[in-house]
Write a protein that binds this ligand. Sequence first.
Ligand code: ZN
Length: 275
Amino acid sequence: MVTAVPGLAINLATLREQFDFRGSVEACARHGISAVAPWRDQLAKVGVTEVANILRDNGMTATGLCRGGMFTVMPDALDDNKRAVDEAVAIGAQCLVLVVGGLPKDSRDLPKARAMVAEGLAALLPHARAAGMPLAIEPLHPMYAPDRACVNTLSQALDLCDALGEGVGVVLDTYHLWWDPDLAAQIRRAGKGKRILAHHISDFRVPTRDLLNDRGMMGDGVIDFKAFRRMVEKAGYKGPQEVEIFSYEWWHRPGDEVLETCIDRYKRLCRATPR
Ligand code: ZN
């Protein structure tokens, strides 16, 4: 008998080295998890219809599709993002997660990159609205400003939401946002505007041994997950906490062990209130 783990979702990047797509979804189901976030490379490999079938057969909610964005660096960003919206609709995802892109090649003009992001979002939004697919801007830690996302604070992401209007919101990722002195006020602001679309969790290790792929399991770093979640719930968001760990360390461990550890750490360290 599987014990259900309500409130916990798994971003499938966490298990990408251990399982193929079907294997990762089935492993989550085996461990009582009923929400996952697939990636577009998985859709490309397995097929959108098959992904939707596998999710449905395993009773999985798709919290979000990862990812669209890259407005500053992809020549065909608008077309590609429209396809991402359509894919998110096809698998029944609750939002399309956007990593907006960093500096264009050979550019040092960060304000211009940020303007490109605003333009890219505005161009994409009508298609997303027509499809009924919320766009979820994920602010990334400033260390990723050069090459992945020049939207680096929650405040900045919410300013974009305010400028764009309906159909766009934010991802709150502990790894990216934990350090922000304005975090509490900005999470309140996000809640007030009904902008919170997802809550990702992973820990910030000291030292961080790799810029991209050393996200920590909750409890192995410096983040106070309960305090973060309290702010999120107080702001009105009750959706799942989604473990998103890109880590050479954890990719080398058996998938079942990773899931058992996620569940244990989630239960002990992340829930604002015991269920
Ligand atoms: Zn994230």
